[in-house]
Design a binder for this molecule. Structure first.
Ligand SMILES: [Zn+2]
Length: 436
């Protein structure tokens, strides 16, 4: 990403530098015709070197212009890529955020369970202590009872004395009843003691269980902390990814916008150039008192036989008509017919007329325009663009089929071809719609 940006910035810088170089060189070459009139060999070599530099710099600058579409397409592709990836990342972020919420809910749930278990532990500890006190009291009671029963010889000794000692039957009966009661009390006390011991054991078991539960909950809470942290990290990563995609998107959009502005400037310059030719032709028509010049060239009926082919071999590579730019979606008229022509192919005048323009343009490159005058009430002219060189000059009268120039690749464009325009009342019309 950084390398890509650096490369792009580098290219921009190179373009800016090239523009400066071109300006400087143009200035330098502009001075040459006046200052280097003598055929000095050293000066000639210098001039050629400077011209070569100029050519290279121009080519580079031109490359930059032609490259605008390519760079915009790159940016548009990047934009499309980002837009296609965004929903999946957004979905992943949503999932991660849901996981964070679930994890946090589980945190709270575990904390609640732990608090409840800890409260239960406190209760169990209290109950156990109370049970311990009860047990101690019960044991004490039983032991006191046992020692009281056996004090003074025990039950059997008392019974023997009663039988042997000649005591009366009522006394014996009393004594037996007493012994029986004591035995029952002792039995009951022992049973209660056993029950208290069992209850106490139960309480101890419960406390142990609640403590095990607490340990288990604490372990789960510790694990849950890790789960929550992992979910949060995942959510953050997806958030960062989404932000990076947004940044890339914004950058690509800005790139496309910048390239589009550059393209629109180029298109506007080309349109201005075309309008200038139209204005020149209309001014000439007006000067010769023509009734044409309404500017409705596009709708003019073609006149067969007026024009001849500008090339010996005619192959249309791109026709007249509107084009929509694939990236910028700008609609623009291709005002001529592109004909296949290797570099340096002879170009012929389409009809008799006067050369009114033969020189360098920007978008058109080297362009030659022939005014064929008024025919059938319409002012007809032809234009030939991207030429490598001229074989006729402005003001020259030419005949139909006369060699006037050679094809080339000057102006904005890449390969050699001939851009041929037919103009009626100054405005471009489709040459292939019956004119040729
Ligand atoms: Zn063209």
């Amino acid at each position: 990403m950084a390398t890509h940006d650096a490369g792009r910035a580098g290219r921009r810088l190179l373009l800016a530098v090239c523009a400066v170089v071109v300006a400087v060189l143009l200035g330098a070459v502009g001075l040459v015709p006046g200052g280097a009139s003598s055929a000095d060999a050293a000066t000639d070599a210098q001039l050629r070197a400077k011209q070569q530099q100029l050519k290279d710099a121009l080519e580079q600058a031109q490359e930059g212009l032609a490259d605008t579409g390519e760079r915009a397409q790159q940016a548009a592709a990047e934009l499309a890529d980002v837009q296609s990836r965004q929903p999946a990342v957004q979905a992943a972020l949503d999932t991660a955020q849901t996981a964070v919420r679930t994890a946090k809910d589980r945190d709270v749930e575990l904390a609640g369970q732990l608090a409840a278990a800890e409260a239960a532990e406190q209760v169990a500890v209290g109950e156990l202590a109370q049970g311990e006190a009860d047990l101690a009291a019960a044991e004490k009671r039983v032991s006191r009872l046992v020692s009281a029963t056996y004090r003074g010889g025990g039950i059997d000794t008392g019974l023997a004395l009663a039988v042997v000692g000649g005591e009366g039957p009522s006394e014996l009966a009393d004594r037996l009843a007493l012994v029986d009661t004591a035995a029952r009390v002792q039995q009951a006390s022992t049973a209660r003691l056993a029950q208290t011991r069992a209850e106490q054991q139960h309480r101890a078991d419960r406390l142990e269980a609640v403590r095990a539960q607490i340990a288990e909950l604490r372990a789960q809470a510790a694990e849950q902390v890790v789960v929550t942290q992992r979910a949060e990290a995942e959510a953050q990563a997806r958030k960062d990814e989404l932000a990076a995609l947004e940044a890339t998107k914004a950058k690509a959009l800005a790139d496309v916008e910048a390239e589009k502005r550059a393209y629109e400037q180029q298109a506007a310059a080309a349109q201005a150039e075309s309008d200038d030719i139209g204005a020149q032709l209309r001014a000439r028509a007006k000067a010769r008192g023509s009734k044409g010049g309404s500017g409705s060239g596009g709708s003019a009926a073609p006149q067969r036989g007026v024009l001849g082919n500008p090339l010996a071999a005619m192959t249309v590579t791109s026709g007249f008509g509107y084009r929509v730019h694939p990236v910028y979606h700008v609609r623009r008229l291709h005002a001529g017919t592109d004909l296949r022509a290797a570099c340096g192919t002879p170009v012929y005048a389409a009809a008799d007329g006067e050369v009114v323009r033969a020189g360098p343009g920007t978008g058109y490159g080297n362009i030659l325009v022939i005014d064929h005058g008024t025919t059938g009430g319409r002012d007809v002219a032809t234009a030939y663009a991207h030429l490598s060189r001229f074989a006729a000059s402005p003001g020259q009268e030419v005949r139909k089929g006369q060699l006037v120039a050679y094809s080339g690749s000057t102006g904005v464009g890449t390969a050699c071809h001939l851009h041929f325009e037919v103009r009626v009342d100054g405005s471009p019309t489709d040459a292939m719609a019956g004119w040729l």
